[in-house]
Ligand binder design. Structure first.
Ligand SMILES: [Zn+2]
Length: 231
């Protein structure tokens, strides 16, 4: 795969940039970002536009956690918001909502008891337990997330998404792990809770470069190409 082929796909689609219409007065960062995207369906929104719209209308404070709120619009509100990870025509820090349609939202999740959660945090040494190729994320509560920005908050993640005994699990520390906000969102993206189907795209986005390459190799072979021919 060369850069050239990537640019070709991008230029074929063309880009239409959206507009930030004055000040957004919605009460929360998430609602202001939601309003911005709904005003600009099918248009490219840049990081700067999003921060401008998300800025507190009263205090003028720019939110440091805007990226987390944007992720929640995907996972909690069911919106589709594309980034460069989903669409080669988008550059880094460009985002696009193709439709105002929303996916159905999953039911509220079961949480561990206070004692159970304290035990999980103790075992985790108060650090994110997301495992990527044997390497743990390791971000601690209150750290600044170097990728997503904002302060790290650890929350409980049920290890098996389709547990048959959610009530007894609430007190069992072995059923839970601690994850930072960014990895919580990544994990949530893996499953469509409504259909019980895997979200292959989300999994590939989160995969390591090594795993992405293996997947690409598999797909190229499947469609009759090989990496050697295209590189
Ligand atoms: Zn993490």
């Amino acid at each position: 795969m060369t850069h050239k082929s990537k640019e070709n796909i991008g230029s074929r689609r063309g880009k239409a940039y959206g507009k930030v219409k004055g000040q957004y007065n919605q009460p929360t960062v998430r609602k202001r970002i939601e309003a911005l995207f709904l005003d600009n369906i099918g248009k490219v929104m840049t990081r700067d536009m999003i921060i401008k719209a998300a800025t507190d209308p009263t205090t003028g404070r720019q939110p440091e956690n805007w990226h987390q709120r944007l992720s929640e619009l995907r996972t909690d509100s069911g919106y589709t918001i594309l980034s460069w990870r989903d669409d080669v025509s988008l550059a880094v820090e460009e985002y696009l909502m193709p439709t105002r349609e929303r996916r159905p939202i999953a039911a509220k999740r079961v949480k561990p008891t206070k004692e159970c959660w304290d035990a999980v945090l103790g075992q985790a040494k108060h650090a994110c337990e997301w495992d990527e190729d044997g390497q743990l994320c390791g971000l601690k509560e209150g750290d600044t997330d170097p990728v997503g920005g904002g302060k790290v908050k650890l929350t409980p993640d049920h290890k098996s998404p389709h547990s048959m005994k959610p009530d007894t699990d609430r007190a069992d520390p072995n059923q839970w792990r601690a994850l930072c906000g960014r990895h919580q969102v990544m994990k949530k993206n893996y499953w469509d809770n409504q259909t019980g189907k895997l979200n292959i795209t989300a999994i590939l986005q989160a995969a390591t470069e090594k795993d992405k390459k293996a997947a690409l190799d598999l797909l190229l072979k499947y469609f009759g190409y090989s990496l050697a021919q295209t590189g």
